[in-house]
Design a binder for this molecule. Sequence first.
Ligand code: FMN
Length: 169
Amino acid sequence: MDIFEAVRTVRAIRHYRPDSVPVDALSRILEAARLTGSSMNAQPWHFIVVEDRATIDQLATVYEYGHYISEAPLVIAVLIERGQRFAVSDASRAIQSMVLTAWSEGIGSNFVGFFGLEAARPMVGAPESHEIFALLPFGYPLHPPSTSRKKRKPLAEIASRERFGEPYS
Ligand SMILES: Cc1cc2nc3c(=O)[nH]c(=O)nc-3n(C[C@H](O)[C@H](O)[C@H](O)COP(=O)(O)O)c2cc1C
């Protein structure tokens, strides 16, 4: 799958088959995160790979909009170092790298949370030096991913040519 095709087709996947994510695919997902560029190359992130069923079930209780995490065979908790100004941007890029890498292999994921995950700290042993930024469930989609048009603003609404408000096309 080329890059644009992955971006064009990737969807937020919230239901997963129970099959494990293969070890080599997991390695590529993590490598995609590791290789992501960050501001000043600070790499202010840490990724906790969770496959233990009991822990995943606990993580699923943490966030109001992430209970479906319990369906996933794999969750990656994304932590960011406290006090790093660009950490949110950096970690978001790493998340997108992981999600697209997984998607190119037929594995679905989604971005769960945006902080507000404090209750997950003891579940994954996160140290005080880090905040839990997001939880990423991964798994093969239970249903064929939707091929309907994505609900997105039209380009004319979100792009201009040369100056804000000048029609792009
Ligand atoms: C920063 C961020 C936080 C998100 N948080 C959640 C969340 O907590 N739970 C959830 O189910 N989806 C979450 N999403 C996924 C969005 O709902 C999803 O990307 C959007 O609805 C588009 O979905 P689609 O690509 O399938 O059309 C989040 C996405 C982002 C970028």
